[in-house]
Design a protein around this ligand. Structure first.
Ligand code: F6P
Length: 406
């Protein structure tokens, strides 16, 4: 008989994107009428324990009291998952580290054998992403009695304890190993009939963008002179644009704003961030503007007069032309795509994502989502008095240029 119910057990060290993946699965399966619930051990621990369980010692595998308590939470969630599937539930997701073989054996022994188990291991060792994710964890209420630095330290020690008992998936019956930053399946071994498998697999490898607000920084002194690159500041007009953007987005929740390292994107982000209740700015160097090498800080006119060969070659094939000692659209593709992946990963399924970039970078970001002929990409219209609103879910695609009322 065909299986109709499924257990999914997440596996992976803390801060590897397990909950993000679990939430993405739940949201999309539920939307398609598949009754899905997440059983998260961390949430249960925070809810049920009166004592402080944030200290690293609680996670020391030698600390028998901590081990017993965590075991109890795992067992409670296993019971609840069984109960859910025994009623009308269809997919029960066990969201916890589940890094040891022993824990996974317990899961296999105690879950109802009538339904298959799919183990999904999240792997991601990108340092920058990990640090940003740890920073986000450090601001959770359970660390509120610590300074930010102490909280980060504490979380890193917790990860070390988990690492000491971590055995990657291998002999389990049904396995997916996922590069959770790149949405790439690294390894897959399926031995049983897994219900909803195609849908789940498709979700794992697809970026879901509910709302991406893609903004170009406000006007700079260099923009006024038609000067390229550099690190110029916003003009009065640019500041007014940033303030108008802040007012426009005031009543939408923007938890994170991603910018480049350049002053002009940060100066545009600051007023927006200030009018939000709970917002942080994350700088990604992947969103820095095209490096125009020997032409940095020159005007287009100066380039035409002083380096006509550069001007002519670029005009001939703008997409593939690479500035001497700099970049071209063609060579930016990979880094900008990596920036987009990092932004999606770090925004943790939030409804709204905001990126404040530059002319060439935003053209590449748009091209990442919207099929464009390569030769057209460097000519996409990227104004400073409007922004792009992008939606890319499984059943909706939207690209809209909107005014923010400047
Ligand atoms: O002019 C602003 C700017 O962001 C420059 O810094 C950059 O070199 C340029 O736009 C990219 O646009 P294009 O490829 O059309 O020269």
């Amino acid at each position: 008989m065909k299986n109709t119910k499924l257990y999914i057990a997440m596996v992976g060290l803390p801060a590897r994107g397990k909950s993000t993946i679990a939430n993405k699965l739940k949201a999309n399966l539920s939307k398609n009428g598949i009754k899905t619930r997440i059983f998260n051990n961390g949430n249960l621990r925070r809810k049920l324990t009166k004592q402080d369980t944030s200290s690293p010692a609680f996670y020391d595998p030698q600390n028998s009291e901590g081990v017993a308590l965590r075991e109890q939470f795992a067992l409670t969630n296993i019971k609840r998952a069984n109960n859910f599937l025994s009623k009308n539930g269809q997919v029960a997701i066990l969201d916890a580290t589940n890094v040891s073989i022993k824990r996974r054996e317990t899961i296999c022994a105690l879950l109802n054998k009538e339904h298959p188990i799919l183990f999904i291991e999240c792997i991601n060792d990108d340092k920058k992403i990990l640090e940003a994710n740890i920073l986000r964890k450090a601001s959770l209420p359970e660390f509120s009695h610590l300074t930010q630095e102490e909280a980060i330290q504490s979380f890193k020690e917790r990860i070390k304890y988990y690492s000491s008992i971590y055995t990657p998936l291998k002999d389990e019956e049904n396995i997916i190993k996922l590069d959770s930053l790149n949405n790439k399946i690294i390894e897959e071994k399926i031995n049983t009939d897994i219900p909803f498998y195609d849908r789940i697999r498709d979700l794992l490898v697809t970026d879901i963008i509910k709302n991406l607000f893609l903004i170009r920084h406000g006007e700079t002194f260099f923009n006024r002179e038609n000067r390229i690159g550099g690190d110029s500041s916003l003009t009065e007009n640019g500041i007014a644009q940033a303030e108008a953007l802040a007012r426009y987005f005031k009543n939408r929740t923007i938890p994170v704003i991603f910018t480049s390292e350049k002053k002009r994107t940060l100066q545009t982000a600051n007023p927006i961030c200030m009018l939000q209740k709970n917002c942080s700015i994350v700088v990604l160097k992947e969103f820095n503007e095209i490096d125009s090498g020997v032409c940095e800080c020159m005007t287009y006119r100066e380039i035409r007069e002083k380096m006509p060969e550069v001007y002519i070659s670029r005009k001939k094939d703008k997409y593939n032309y690479i500035y001497p000692d700099g970049e071209g659209y063609v060579s930016m593709k990979q880094r900008v795509s990596m920036g987009v992946k990092k932004a999606i990963y770090l925004s943790n399924n939030s409804k709204n994502i905001m990126i404040i970039g530059h002319q060439a970078v935003n053209r590449m970001i748009l091209a990442h989502f919207l099929y464009r002929r390569q030769e057209d990409v460097p000519y996409t219209y990227i104004p400073q008095d409007k922004f792009y609103h992008i939606v890319a879910t499984q059943d909706k695609k939207l690209f809209q240029l909107k005014s923010y009322g400047i």
